[in-house]
Design a protein around this ligand. Structure first.
Ligand SMILES: *Cc1c(COP(=O)(O)O)cnc(C)c1O
Length: 351
């Protein structure tokens, strides 16, 4: 394998002179700030919201660095994972020319973002056990393949991909390998963050939207080599993470203990929900999950979905998705919500 980021980047990005903000140009201590055309009088909110935020969010990165065990220069923060995904397309993939590979069924944004950027999508569907089809994947790669998207634990199937399979991809592909670890905190499997040392072509994505319970704040993370993070920082909008989000995230990151308690509880509830679902006659199979949701094969996905909706309970109908025929994707709720769900699936069975 010979990974060279310069062979991968778009020419316009290689040549790009990034926007230099007032906050970039002056970083020292000062008494009076007249460099950024902010409102010098203040704001209707707490005072400092009249100021532009730190473009590179160093305080958050310092805290994340301690939590994740990786230096701050290896971290990029995006407005949700969506931004972490989109920037990779814009930086590395030439519209109408390059392609990327996805392994469906998987998260929809890899494909939507490709379409927005006019990038060809190639598909190597997962095998029946929802693991990678390496033989097929290999046949799809050509000189224009820039990214292979892997999601582990995968959405909507819930399982983690085999570590050795991911390593095979990392070792044999010269482009970027992105591992989306949105659900890693609910998994028995290790993150690939420590493996960044060994793989210059690896990007690991995580998010505060799931285990951290902060979907409303929009904070996605990408972990990668300094060279890849530099590209991210060059292409991103200068102030992509607002001050309000930065303030709240900084506070939340002090509560690792509380988050770990929630993770433990949710994993416990997942086991309980799995057991209860397996007893229901309308349920054919509950797939093993490393995430905070269960993929559930039923005798009538559409019918159960509609029945639950009539009772005010919304789940995700995935029955039209390849390899997910008859399946609902159900997020693990509170103990009470899970009981409510089970009772209402039972009442469907009795109709
Ligand atoms: C939920 C989810 C995300 C999170 O996206 P955000 O934009 O960070 O909220 C990312 N990847 C996968 C696979 C997900 O299911």
């Amino acid at each position: 394998m010979s990974f060279d980021i310069n062979n991968l980047l778009r020419e316009n990005i290689k040549k790009l002179v990034p926007y230099s903000s007032a906050r970039d140009e002056f970083k020292g201590e000062a008494r009076v700030f007249l460099d950024a055309n902010e409102n010098s009088l203040g704001s209707p909110l707490t005072k400092w919201y009249n100021r532009y935020p730190d473009p590179l969010q160093w305080k958050i990165k310092e805290k994340l660095s301690a939590i994740k065990g990786i230096p701050p220069q290896h971290i990029f923060l995006g407005n949700g994972s969506d931004e972490c995904i989109d920037i990779l397309y814009r930086a590395f993939c030439n519209p109408g020319k390059d392609n990327v590979i996805i392994c469906p069924p998987t998260y929809g944004m890899y494909e939507v973002s490709a379409h927005i950027n006019d990038i060809e999508i190639r598909r190597a569907p997962l095998l029946d056990d929802f693991q990678l089809n390496l033989a097929h994947l290999e046949t799809l790669v050509d000189a224009h393949t820039k990214i292979i998207w892997l999601c582990s634990p995968n959405n909507p199937t819930g399982n983690a991909l085999h570590r050795e399979d991911i390593e095979t991809v990392l070792n044999n592909f010269d482009g970027l390998v992105v591992i989306d670890e949105a659900y890693i905190n609910f998994s028995r499997h290790r993150s690939f963050i420590p493996d960044l040392q060994d793989y210059p072509n690896l990007v690991v994505m995580q998010t505060l939207s799931k285990a951290w319970g902060l979907a409303g704040l929009r904070l996605g993370m990408a972990f990668a080599s300094e060279a890849i993070i530099e590209v991210y920082n060059k292409v991103k909008p200068p102030y992509n993470i607002g001050q309000a989000t930065q303030d709240l995230v900084l506070k939340a990151l002090d509560e690792v203990g509380q988050v770990n308690d929630m993770i433990k509880l949710l994993v416990q509830e997942r086991t309980g929900l799995e057991t209860a679902l397996k007893k229901l006659p309308v349920v054919e199979k509950v797939y093993q999950s490393d995430a905070n949701f269960l993929l559930v094969k039923t005798i009538d996905a559409r019918g159960i979905y509609q029945h639950l909706l009539d009772k005010g309970i919304v789940v995700r109908d995935r029955s039209k998705v390849e390899l997910c025929e008859g399946c609902l994707r159900i997020t693990v709720g509170t103990e009470k919500e899970n009981r409510d769900l089970i009772e209402n699936i039972q009442s469907f069975g009795r109709k």
